[in-house]
Design a protein around this ligand. Structure first.
Ligand SMILES: NC(=O)c1ccc[n+]([C@@H]2O[C@H](COP(=O)([O-])OP(=O)(O)OC[C@H]3O[C@@H](n4cnc5c(N)ncnc54)[C@H](OP(=O)(O)O)[C@@H]3O)[C@@H](O)[C@H]2O)c1
Length: 284
């Protein structure tokens, strides 16, 4: 099976490459090879002479606050770029695996603290979420052979190139510099290690789950403060850390206070604490 990975230098992209089952024939693409917003290049690379059975799209414009200031760019990459990929996959008869986000939900389920499942109605509260949801609808409505994989709060050894790092690296850097940490304790999510997510994506494909929308995150949930405390504990670092409300850090984009994903189908990952232990072992 010949598989194209788009965004292969990103944190999820690198872990997809690392964890790819050996029977797959991988071809990796970075933004230097082509930009997904360039329709002609997308068709040349994905629906030209070289034929792919599967295309995995990890590319996105996902700086959430910047998306508020640059909505055109958010829609260009997260929706129009995805349309290019969907049409190229349609032409090449390839399966598209497209990565989406917990930010398609509004956080209203905080009242019951139940996870969001695949059949819950999305209602994004920021431009990033709206543009990613637009990308999802394009995939669903242009293709029959697709997997939309929603995940949340990603971190991996490579760090997100689109965000300039990730949460664990920021916490560790500040703690090592002896800085006081103030971390939001009223915003809940599922921190997800991209190494484990990548393995989940390969299983989804190779176990031939029915096409559709899937949530893949670790099990359980926590606040960003609880995640930070667990990072320090797992690494064995002491720091002065204070829980604060999200209102202590005003941001351009509104964010859901509860974006915990759950699933009753597809593949399951171990608890988030286990993903974090694996990450810490990898960076030590
Ligand atoms: N990070 C999170 O917390 C999070 C949470 C939920 C869902 N997601 C979704 O998960 C996916 C992967 O995230 P990630 O953290 O692995 O991101 P990442 O590290 O920023 O990787 C994305 C990769 O895509 C490339 N890229 C960006 N725009 C492109 C374009 N227009 N054309 C071609 N390539 C482009 C980037 O190249 P450059 O390095 O050259 O910019 C980068 O290598 C995204 O779809 C994101 O929306 C992320």
């Amino acid at each position: 099976m010949k598989v194209a990975i788009i965004g292969s230098r990103g944190q999820l992209g690198q872990d997809l490459v690392k964890t790819a089952p050996s029977q797959l024939d991988l071809v990796t693409f970075t933004r230097g090879d082509f930009d997904i917003t360039d329709r002609i290049d997308v068709f040349d690379f994905l629906a030209g002479e070289e034929k792919f059975d599967v295309v995995i799209n990890t590319a996105a414009f996902h700086r959430t606050d910047q998306c508020e200031d640059e909505p055109e760019k958010a829609f260009l990459v997260n929706a129009t770029g995805v349309k290019n990929l969907a049409e190229a996959c349609d032409k090449a008869n390839a399966i598209l695996i497209h990565i989406s986000t917990d930010y398609v939900f509004d956080g209203g389920k905080i009242k019951t603290k139940e996870p969001y499942y695949e059949d819950d109605a999305p209602n994004p509260v920021n431009i990033y979420g709206v543009s990613k949801l637009a990308g999802e609808y394009i995939v669903r409505n242009y293709l029959e052979k697709y997997y939309i994989v929603r995940s949340s709060s990603l971190y991996g050894v490579a760090g997100a190139s689109g965000k300039g790092g990730n949460f664990p690296y920021t916490i560790l850097k500040k703690a090592k510099a002896g800085e006081k940490l103030r971390v939001v304790d009223d915003m809940y999510m599922v921190p997800t290690h991209t190494f484990d997510l990548a393995q989940g994506i390969w299983r989804l494909l190779l176990e031939r789950h029915p096409y559709g929308v899937y949530h893949i995150t670790h099990e359980g949930y926590c606040t960003w403060y609880e995640f930070a405390v667990k990072i320090l504990e797992t690494v064995g670092l002491k720091a002065d850390i204070e829980p604060v409300k999200h209102t202590a850090f005003p941001t351009r984009a509104k964010r859901p206070l509860w974006s915990v994903l759950g699933t009753r189908k597809g593949v399951k990952l171990p608890p988030w604490e286990e993903g974090l232990r694996r990450f810490v072992d990898m960076i030590n």
